[in-house]
Structures are given as structure tokens and as C-alpha cells.
Design a binder for this molecule. Sequence first.
Ligand code: DLL
Length: 433
Amino acid sequence: MIWNPNKECMSRDERAALQSKRLRLLVKYVYHNVPFYRNKMQTMDIRPDDIRTIEDITKLPFTTKQDLRDNYPFGLQAAPQSEIVRIHASSGTTGKATIVGYTRKDIGVWSESFSRCLAAFGVNRDDIFSVAYGYGLFTGGLGAHYGVENLGATVLPASTGNTEKHLRLISDLGVTGIACTPSYALYLADTMDKIGIRKEDLKLRVGAFGAEPWTEHMRQEIESRLGLKAYNIYGLSEITGPGVSYECEMQHGSHISEDHFFPELINPDTLEPVADGEVGELVFTTLSKEGMPLLRYRTKDLTTLDHTPCQCGRTNVRMGRILGRSDDMLIIRGINVFPSQIESVILSLKEVAPQYLIIVDRKGVLDTIKVQVELRPEYFVDDYPAMERQKKMLADKLRSVLSISAQVELLPPGSIERSDGKSKHVIDNRHIE
Ligand code: DLL
């Protein structure tokens, strides 16, 4: 079902007119309410009246995560505190948290955006939907919660943790949908095996998975082990939270709610636009946000865009999967390595589980990369030559994909720590100044 055909299926001209109108208002709004943007625009010699159409967006300054840190906590807030009804915070890997304040209207736009995703996943008012993203400062839990309520389905605010109790509720209540990280979905499947719940005992039919990169292999594994259809949902707290983009039934990219979150794709080095189909860094402008609107926010997420119409009837632009982040790309002995490349090798092998850890070190001047992965119980045997063969096979595959060699360590099932939130896959022990 299409939740808001008026907005999701508008002609491109109609949408551009709406985007232009919203951009004009936004630029005036931040110019008058956020000294940071006024100063930037004055330095660049741009006045709000110079921005007339959505194409003029390229004249505007970029915003980076560092700008958010430098203006911590409320420096980029445009609305007065009395209008802010909620604050979320995202803990970056380094430094201060990013604080995001929402007005009542912002919460409304966010809920609407999330409802668009759920409707595209086929969720309806008869569904009982468990939200197993963390509730709290993280946007996953409350963002999904409001979206489910706004759609009119029944929400089960499970949050993370208490996995066995959660599974019993999924079974007893006949829960039909679930939202969680893809890694937690696999942890649920492991726990089902452990406590003897079969997918046939459950009524799960749809899952909304995101907050971390995942692959088609992982999708297949989640679908076959939980007995549901798995959809990708993307978002980030700075822009709103989950629900910035969503897959439709075609599952050929994720539609961006571009009437609210205008995307650009740039080359992270030259900052020049990148054509459809080419990989670039995703940049968003929040066209309708009041609390903390952002101009051209650099997400660091690397992906592709596709402006061609989709067979589902939606006309909003689609983005590909997140291929990595321009800032977590590992450079190993001069070669760019994305953790997602390693993940796709691991997930393509039936012998190993999808849990893994990439450990990067520097020995003398040489970078080393070690990949720890768990064998599946049926392949964990007391047979040294067989284990060595498995190891070699994985190392060979990694070398052919990465163009560098990685040391492989096979671990017994269950030895890598599981996460109920976003899982950490990379430990970089190099301290290179
Ligand atoms: O992760 C919001 C979210 C919650 C999205 C639940 C989807 C579901 P942050 O904590 O600010 O917000 O992290 C945002 O997570 O820039 C991406 O790098 C990554 N990410 C989010 N969704 C996906 C996805 C939430 N579907 C950062 N695929 C983003 C790949 C994703 N990466």
C-alpha cells in the first residue's frame, strides 16, 4: 500500500516546485534563526533571496558532523526551546554526542515518514508490530514506535534485551511484524534455536531492518530463519531518525522521502555532484524541519542514487544500499577496504556464521588485517586438516575480493559477543597520526 500517494507519487515537476518552495522558506528560517548559518552564508556572500529553486541548493554551505560538535549542544537549534518537545542524541565513535531537538511538527513529519515505510512493507492496521530497536536517546525505538502508532497497527514496545521473554511474547501474541537491527534479527534466530522455538510456531511475516549495513546474503538468512519478508529501512538522527528511506515491494533500492529530506550525492574529495549509478557520499537537506534544520548535511554514507521511475508507482528517488562510509573505509597497505566487502564474503559461505570481527594492526610499518569468524556448529569438527582447508578457502576468497591477504581465525560457534543494538565489526588498533 502507498501511505501518501499525493507525496510519494507526485510528478517530478510538481515535487521540484514543492521542494523549491520549502527550500526558500528553510533558507530564510535558518538565516534568521541560526547564527552559524547566517555567518556561513555571509562569508560566502549569499543572501536568502539568492535561493529561488531547488537547483540553487548547490550554492549553499555544507554542514558536517564536526559543525554539530562545535556547536554542541544547542548551537544549531533554530526553534526556541519552548517549541522543542523531544531531544535525541547519537553517540558518535569519538567526541561529544550529537543533540537533536524536535518540535511537535518534526515528530509529526517523522511519524508520517515512518508510516510510509511500514505501508510500503505491507504493514496494516491488523498487524501487531514489535519494536526491538533500543528505546531511549537512540532514534530507533521511539521513531519506529510513533510510526507504527501513526499507521494504526498495534505496537509492542519490546526494545532490546530480554530476548527469550520477547520471543515468548512474539509467539503468544501472534506478533506479525518486527523492527530491529539485522544483527539482532539473527540473534533472535539463534535464540529460537537455543530454546526450541520454530519459525512455524510464529506468525512473523514482515521485518523492518536497518541502523547498520547489511547485505542480500544476510537478508536471505534472516528471511529463511525467521520466516518473514525482510525490508531495508534507513535513516540517521541528524536528519530525523529511521524512515528517511525505505524499500518498496520491488526491493530495488530504497525510496527517499525527498519532499522532506532532499538528497544530493557528491564526490567526498571534490564535493562535486556524482551522476546516477556512480558511488558518492549522501548529503541531505531537511526541507521541512523546525527544531534543528540542516543544510546539505554530509552523512559520510556511500551509496548510489537512481532517479528513474519505479514499477511500484512511487516517483521518489531511490538510493542503493550503504556500501560503506567515507570515514570508516579502512586503508590497508594503501588499499581501500570496506568492511562490507569482507562481510559479503563471509555471508556467502555456508560454513561460517554471520558473526565476525575485523582486527586491524600495524606490525612495524606493515598493516595487518585479521578476520575472526565463527564456524557454524555443523562445520565445527575435531579434524585439523578439515579446519585448515576451511581457513584456506576463506583466506583465498578474501584475497580475491580485497586484493590483499587477510589472516583468518576460525572460532567455535557462539564465541563472538552478540549485540542487541548496532554490532561493532571493526577494531582498528593502529594509531596513525
Ligand atoms: O541508526 C537510525 C535508524 C534506526 C535507522 C533504525 C534505521 C533503523 P544513527 O544512530 O544516527 O541513526 O545512525 C545513522 O547508521 O548514517 C548509516 O551509516 C547507518 N545506517 C542506518 N540505517 C542503515 C541501513 C540510526 N539501512 C547511521 N543500512 C547512518 C546501512 C544504515 N546503514
